[in-house]
Every structure is written in structure tokens, then in C-alpha cells.
Design a protein around this ligand. Structure first.
Ligand code: SF4
Length: 242
């Protein structure tokens, strides 16, 4: 619904939770269509250019190409990730206003001056706070909903994700259309629709983050075990309740 008609997009928290329950049996595209219909133009896709997120870029593009995406550029992304971004931009003919680069307020050099060298190894939670959580908080200001690629079987911390839920941390609706999907579902979609993807996935990187904190994993291992190896950390703070 666009144009002159005024639409209230903000729902009470309990209504968002009830909505999430009511769409549990829906397909990702149906969930996206409903969420975009309610929230556009105040809805945005969070995109790391990983497998789930490129699927969502493709789905969103087919539903409403005007929905923007943003990516958190930590300054520590792999060259292959930037190459994927560029391929996605070309493939979908995205305009600059549709691809928002979000960066930390600190350059890597200033971070090293203020917090010491290699903060990612001495205090990775602080590093993620500075380079991901704070920039995300800024990026989500002005939006009523964000779309993410989290899936329930990615991690125990994501096992209870709803297709649509209230994000208490960032205070807006959170849409997780792929919550019920498996890794196999993601790759079937990528192959069927020939979606451009990060070639690191072909080199045993199922989950791709910053260069400092991402390692390849052995076939059959936990897909997220390559993130923050040797540390108890499993999440960067974007999808934690607090
Ligand atoms: S993933 Fe690693 S390098 Fe990236 S922001 Fe977090 S701790 Fe820092």
C-alpha cells in the first residue's frame, strides 16, 4: 500500500507476537509479502551477503525492489564478501540508495589507539559492540521493521526465533522469513534461482563474518563453529535478546 493513504505501521508488541504465531505455517515469500505490505517504506533488509541473506535479497527484489538493504561494514570483511556485494548490485541493478553501507564510528586505527591492538582477540564482545551493535542500532533508527536471515537450526540461541517477532533489544519488529528453513533449503533456492553467492561458501566457510574471527570448518562440523574459534562466544550481539 503506497501513495497518499496514511497507514499506521506500528503495532503493539502483543499484536506483533500474535501475528508471528499466526504466520507460523506460511512460506517465506508470504511472510515477506505481508511484512513489506505492512511496513514499507519503513522496512529494511539486513544483509551480510551470506547464503541466507542473498536468498532474501532475491525474494525481496521479486516482491518489492524498493525495499533497501544495509550491510555492516566492519572494515574487516573478506574481499570475497565485497565481491559478492558488487555482484548482487549488478545482478539486481540496485541503486546506491538501496544498498546502505553502515560503519563503526571508529576507524580500525582509532579503535587500536583507544582499545588496543587486536581487540577482537582481547575483548571480542567489545569489538562487536563497536563495529556491529552500535552501527546496527544507528542503522535501524527510522525503521519500524527489519528483515534478517536467521534460521532456527543455526544455533541454540536462534532455536526459538519466530517468523515475525518483537525485537526488544532494538525496539522494532523483526522478520525472520527463513526461520524454519534448513541449510539445504537455502542452497536449493540459490541453485534454482541462480542467486549470486559468496564463493567462500564453496571453500568450507558456511558462516562468514570478519576476517579476524572466521575460519573454515570441516565438512560435517557445526556450520557456526568457524566463528570465534577457541572462544565461548557464538553471537555478535545482533540477534541476542540483550
Ligand atoms: S566479528 Fe570479530 S572483528 Fe568483527 S566486530 Fe566482532 S570481534 Fe570484531
Amino acid at each position: 500500500m503506497r501513495g497518499s493513504e496514511h497507514r499506521m505501521t506500528k503495532l503493539p508488541v502483543e499484536d506483533i507476537q500474535a501475528w508471528g504465531e499466526s504466520v507460523e505455517a506460511k512460506q517465506p515469500q508470504e511472510v515477506l509479502t505481508a511484512a513489506i505490505g505492512r511496513y514499507a517504506p519503513k522496512i529494511v533488509l539486513a544483509c551480510s551477503f551470506g547464503a541466507e541473506d542473498v536468498v532474501l535479497v532475491d525474494m525481496v527484489h521479486r516482491i518489492d525492489p524498493s525495499v533497501p538493504l544495509f550491510y555492516l561494514d566492519t572494515d574487516f570483511l573478506f574481499p570475497e564478501t565485497y565481491a559478492t556485494r558488487d555482484r548482487i548490485i549488478r545482478h539486481y541493478d540496485l541503486k546506491p540508495a538501496q544498498v546502505l553501507q553502515v560503519k563503526s564510528l571508529l576507524t580500525p586505527e582509532r579503535q587500536a589507539e583507544q582499545h588496543g591492538e587486536a581487540l577482537w582477540s582481547t575483548d571480542p564482545d567489545r569489538c562487536c559492540q563497536l563495529r556491529k551493535v552500535e552501527p546496527l542500532t544507528r542503522a535501524l533508527k527510522g525503521f519500524d521493521a527489519w528483515i534478517t536471515g536467521i534460521r532456527r537450526d543455526q544455533a541454540p540461541t536462534r532455536a526459538h526465533a519466530k517468523l515475525i517477532e518483537w525485537d526488544a533489544k532494538f525496539q522494532l519488529a523483526k522478520v525472520n522469513p527463513l526461520a524454519k528453513w534448513t541449510w539445504g533449503d537455502v542452497w536449493t533456492y540459490i541453485k534454482v534461482y541462480e542467486v549470486p553467492y559468496n564463493e567462500l561458501h564453496d571453500r568450507n566457510y558456511p558462516s562468514i563474518g570478519c576476517t579476524h574471527c572466521t575460519k573454515p570448518v570441516m565438512p560435517g562440523d557445526d556450520p557456526r563453529s568457524g566463528r570465534w574459534q577457541g572462544l565461548a562466544k557464538t553471537e555478535c550481539g545482533l540477534h541476542k535478546a540483550s
